[in-house]
Ligand binder design. Structure first.
Ligand code: 8X3
Length: 250
């Protein structure tokens, strides 16, 4: 039977690449994000391969999320896989100078949004006795670096949530996978540096960064594991990267 996967943050980057990888594996896809036009384009581009549906809402709003999920047709409600990918870094400052609006944005999407949608989908998974949640964390959740303190804290929270969800949900047949990527070249740094493309480009200079597809392939690997296997935690770094801040540049 075809499995249904819901991906948050599907309009670009790792989320979009995951939609494409899942399409090659034949999953039905619920593509969530804020940018409706991009989601609709993705639905159209996948339409020859799989059934997919766009759900446009801001993960930070519980109300908008509930409204979007309520609009799902009955045959889209038995969601097997939740990929908690939505999230971003906003700003790059020491705590004494950071913008609290940036902190709110990171905590509200990376941590609270992830929790809201997990809370919404897990009762159904429990009822059906199966499910798989993939949380996209970061190397920043395992190592804290200067100027990224709040982003790192939000991802450290994702690490804790993955562990805790596994403790809470394993008894119900739900698998939880935590994936922690290193330097992936997407819109990530452009968003972090508030549209400064030159500054963002420098982050990936002198080495070959990870691509969104590298993470997507790993997510697909985790959800394709046999029933008796849980891929609990994977850290993926660029080959030139030894830690969050140690990158061998030419
Ligand atoms: C993105 C990885 O190291 O740029 O989550 O924070 S890093």
């Amino acid at each position: 039977m075809t499995r249904i996967a819901l991906i948050t943050g599907a309009s670009s980057g790792i989320g979009k690449a995951t939609a494409e990888a899942f399409a090659t594996a034949g999953y039905d896809l619920i593509l969530c994000g804020r940018r409706e036009d991009r989601l609709e384009q993705l639905v159209t581009s996948l339409s020859s391969r799989v059934r997919s549906i766009a759900l446009s809402f801001d993960i930070r709003s519980r109300k908008a999320m509930a409204h979007a999920l309520d609009s799902l047709p009955a045959n889209w409600r038995n969601i097997d896989i939740l990929v908690n990918n939505a999230g971003n870094a906003h700003g790059y400052d020491p705590v004494n100078a950071g913008d609290p609006d940036d902190w709110d944005a990171m905590m509200d999407s990376n941590v609270k949004g992830l929790l809201y949608i997990t809370r919404a989908l897990t009762p159904g998974m429990i009822e059906r006795g199966k499910g798989h949640i993939v949380n996209i964390s970061s190397i920043a959740g395992k190592e804290t670096y200067a100027n990224g303190t709040v982003y790192c804290a939000s991802k450290a929270a994702v690490e804790a949530l993955s562990e805790g969800m596994r403790l809470d949900l394993t008894q119900h047949g739900i698998k939880v996978t935590n994936i922690a990527p290193g330097a992936v070249e997407t819109e990530f740094s452009v968003v972090r540096f508030k549209g400064d493309e030159d500054r963002a480009g420098k982050v990936y200079e002198g080495f070959e960064p990870l691509r969104a597809e590298d993470i997507a392939r790993t997510i697909l690997f985790a959800v394709s594991a046999p029933d008796h296997v849980t891929i609990a935690d994977i850290t993926i770094l660029a080959a030139a990267q030894a830690s969050a801040t140690s990158i061998h540049r030419k």
